[in-house]
Design a protein around this ligand. Structure first.
Ligand SMILES: Nc1ncnc2c1ncn2[C@@H]1O[C@H](COP(=O)(O)OP(=O)(O)OP(=O)(O)O)[C@@H](O)[C@H]1O
Ligand SMILES: O=C(O)c1ccc[n+]([C@@H]2O[C@H](COP(=O)([O-])O)[C@@H](O)[C@H]2O)c1
Length: 193
C-alpha cells in the first residue's frame, strides 16, 4: 500500500489541499492520501485556529473521495511535531510505503522544522509547486542540503518504498487557494454592514 501523508492545519480546508493530494496520487501512483489534521501547528497562532472537529468536517467536505482519508491521528497519538508523527505512523504501519507531501512554501521553511533532516530519512518527500513560493523554495536551505537526493519528477513513481533520502518537486498547474485568504475573506464578509 502506497500512502501519501498531507499534514496541515486545514483552517479551513480548500481546493489547494485537494490539488496537492490529487497531484501526488496521480504522479506517484498512490493508493491513498491521509490528511493529517494537526491539533495545532507549533509555529502558528492558536487563537486563530478553528476547533479540530470543525477543521476535520471541512476537510471531509472538500476531499469527498474514498481514496482520501481525513485523520486526527496526531491528536490521538499525542504527537505535535511532524518528525514524531511520522515515526509513530511508521512504527504502527510497517508494511505501508509512506510519502510526506507538502506545498513548496513549506519546503522554503523546512529547515526550521524539528528534526527536519531526520524527516528526509524517514520517508520520501514530494513537494508540490505553490504560487508565491516558487523562487524561495528553489533556493531553500533544505533543497540545497539534499540536492543530490533530488529525484526527477518523471521518476516520482519509483519513490514510494524506495531508498531515502529522496525528494521530488512536482510542477503542476498552480492552484492559488490559501486558508489565510479564505479566513480574510470570511472576516471581511462578517464585518460587512
Ligand atoms: N494552493 C496550494 N498549492 C500547493 N500546496 C498547498 C496549497 N495550499 C496548501 N498547500 C499545502 O498544504 C499543506 C497544508 O496547508 P495548510 O493547511 O497550512 O493551508 P494553507 O493554505 O497553507 O494555510 P495558511 O494560509 O493558514 O498558512 C501545506 O503543505 C501547504 O504547503
Ligand atoms: O514539526 C515541525 O517542526 C513543523 C513545523 C511546521 C509545520 N509542521 C507541519 O506541517 C504541516 C503543515 O502545517 P500548516 O500549519 O502550515 O498547515 C502540518 O502537518 C504541521 O504540523 C511541522
Amino acid at each position: 500500500m502506497r500512502v501519501g501523508l498531507l499534514g496541515g492545519s486545514f483552517n479551513p480546508a480548500h481546493e489547494g489541499h485537494l490539488h496537492v493530494a490529487e497531484t501526488a496520487m496521480r504522479r506517484m501512483d498512490l493508493d491513498r492520501v491521509v490528511w493529517l489534521v494537526s491539533p495545532q501547528n507549533p509555529l502558528k497562532d492558536a487563537a486563530q485556529t478553528a476547533p479540530l472537529d470543525q477543521r476535520m468536517a471541512g476537510a471531509r467536505a472538500i476531499a469527498a473521495s474514498p481514496s482520501m482519508l481525513i485523520s486526527d491521528f496526531e491528536t490521538r497519538a499525542g504527537t505535535r511535531w511532524t518528525v514524531d508523527t511520522l515515526r509513530a505512523l511508521k512504527a504502527r504501519h510497517p508494511a505501508v510505503d509512506f510519502v510526506w507531501l507538502m506545498g513548496s512554501d513549506n519546503l522554503a521553511g523546512f529547515h526550521r522544522w524539528r528534526g527536519w533532516t531526520d524527516i528526509f530519512r524517514l520517508m520520501p518527500i514530494a513537494v508540490v509547486a505553490r504560487p508565491g513560493s516558487l523562487l524561495e523554495s528553489r533556493t531553500a536551505p533544505a533543497a540545497a542540503r539534499f540536492a543530490t537526493f533530488r529525484v526527477p519528477s518523471r521518476k516520482a513513481r519509483l519513490m514510494p518504498g524506495g531508498a531515502t533520502p529522496a525528494w521530488t518537486y512536482l510542477r503542476a498547474p498552480l492552484n492559488p487557494e490559501s486558508s489565510t485568504a479564505l479566513r480574510a475573506a470570511r472576516a471581511g464578509h462578517d464585518a460587512a454592514p
